[in-house]
Design a protein around this ligand. Structure first.
Ligand SMILES: *Cc1c(COP(=O)(O)O)cnc(C)c1O
Length: 397
């Protein structure tokens, strides 16, 4: 007989909660930060350019522009394209709110398009159906770390002047057909928030091959001012002009030093994430109440998240009950995401609600994110597998 569930008073699989994600700071990272603290530069110094060159190299893009967060990166990408009041931007709802909020920051109009039921990535046919005379861009989200099919999305634009922005906040280090994330769309936004692929505390960046957009983002992150402090100092000049309404979205040298040190670990960390995902795939292959997301052929998945869908027809429990049961076993499962159009703000301001994106809404009801991060030990992975088998076995119809 199997042990009682922890939520029913039985012994838990783990006594200390295993989080769903966690950063990994080592002595190299600490040395990089302390060297910067001793260098004399705290912000907008040499570490910014070093990080930008390193990120451009990793993603094989021409330019990277470092900014203060992934949210600022998306905001800057929309600014680069000159998107403003009355413009429409297509976006999927199954994402973090920032993917959509950035559109409102530009006083533009978010147009929600549904996701593919098997990958949960923006469905190119749904995006195509939402394109109209005012559409200026599509923000596609590389959900869980899987790059979207940007070739199909480009085809969906039908040759109209609609730009592609990758919200690649989950997908740093991923690739499609050997081409790295960062060059698949016109502009790609990354986040260095600790729960993402690399940690800078806070931070983000945009990569692009377009020098004009890169320049616009460099101005945008610095109040809309055309010369940066260091360039002015080098020229011995006091003169500057503000040509656009920008923000202070700069990333400090301290953050850039940490991000740069972390970035060197990305290839190894992605391999580790992929190995853990492969262990989960094998362990759950015969668990018919769990359905993993479909992987696109030719994709190198960054596995920011390992997401499964519960087949609730095969269980005597809904997602929320399974969630509580796994938490009680010491497994820090999570849910990514409440569809953005169902948040109270969006319902109030854009009059959105249930029925707008039925696939995202239905999927949300059965989504579960399992712990996955490079520092997890094999026995942590064993615990997750044991807890999932225990809980799904208990609730099997
Ligand atoms: C984290 C995240 C963001 C925002 O990044 P921050 O660095 O936290 O501002 C945007 N989009 C997605 C999909 C994210 O997961």
């Amino acid at each position: 007989m199997s042990a009682a569930l922890a939520m029913d008073g039985g012994p838990p699989i783990r006594t200390r909660l295993l989080p769903y994600g966690s950063h990994w700071i080592d002595d190299d990272d600490i040395a990089a930060v302390t060297a910067t603290l001793r260098s004399g530069w705290l912000t907008t110094g040499p570490q910014v350019e070093t990080l930008e060159r390193q990120l451009a190299h990793l993603t094989r893009s021409t330019t990277a522009v470092a900014v203060s967060s992934g949210t600022a990166a998306l905001h800057a990408a929309l600014f680069a394209l000159g998107i403003g009041p009355g413009d429409e931007v297509i976006v999927p709802p199954l994402t973090f709110a920032a993917s959509v909020n950035c559109i409102l920051y530009r006083r533009a109009i978010p147009v929600f398009a549904d996701v593919d039921p098997d990958t949960l990535l923006l469905d190119p046919a749904c995006a195509a159906a939402r394109i109209g005379a005012c559409t200026r861009a599509i923000i596609a989200v590389d959900y869980a770390g899987q790059p979207c099919d940007y070739a199909a999305l480009r085809e969906a634009t039908g040759g109209r002047p609609v730009r592609l922005i990758a919200d690649a906040c989950h997908a740093l280090g991923g690739a499609d057909g050997g081409q790295p994330v960062g060059t698949l769309a016109d502009l790609s936004a990354f986040s260095f928030h600790p729960v993402k692929v690399i940690a800078a505390g806070e931070g983000g960046a945009v990569t692009t091959d377009n020098p004009n957009w890169a320049r616009r983002m460099q101005v945008f992150r610095n109040h809309g001012i055309t010369t940066e402090t260091r360039a002015r100092q080098a020229a011995g000049a006091w003169f500057y002009e503000m040509t656009e309404l920008g923000f202070n979205f700069r990333l400090s040298d301290i953050h850039c030093a940490l991000a740069g040190s972390q970035l060197s670990k990305v290839p190894a960390w992605i391999r580790r994430r992929q190995d853990i995902a492969a262990r989960y795939d094998a362990a759950f292959a015969d668990t018919d109440s769990l359905r993993p997301l479909r992987r696109r052929p030719g994709v190198s998945h960054a596995f920011h998240l390992y997401v499964v869908r519960l087949d609730t027809a095969r269980l005597r429990a809904d997602r929320n009950t399974v969630f509580r049961a796994l938490r009680a076993e010491g497994i820090g499962v999570n849910v990514h995401y409440i569809p953005v159009h169902l948040h109270p703000y969006y319902r109030r301001h854009l009059s959105t609600g249930p029925g707008l994106c039925p696939v995202a809404e239905r999927s949300y009801e059965c989504l579960l994110t399992l712990p996955l991060f490079p520092r997890m030990s094999e026995s942590d992975v064993d615990d997750v597998i044991a807890a999932v088998h225990k809980v799904t076995g208990h609730f099997r119809r």
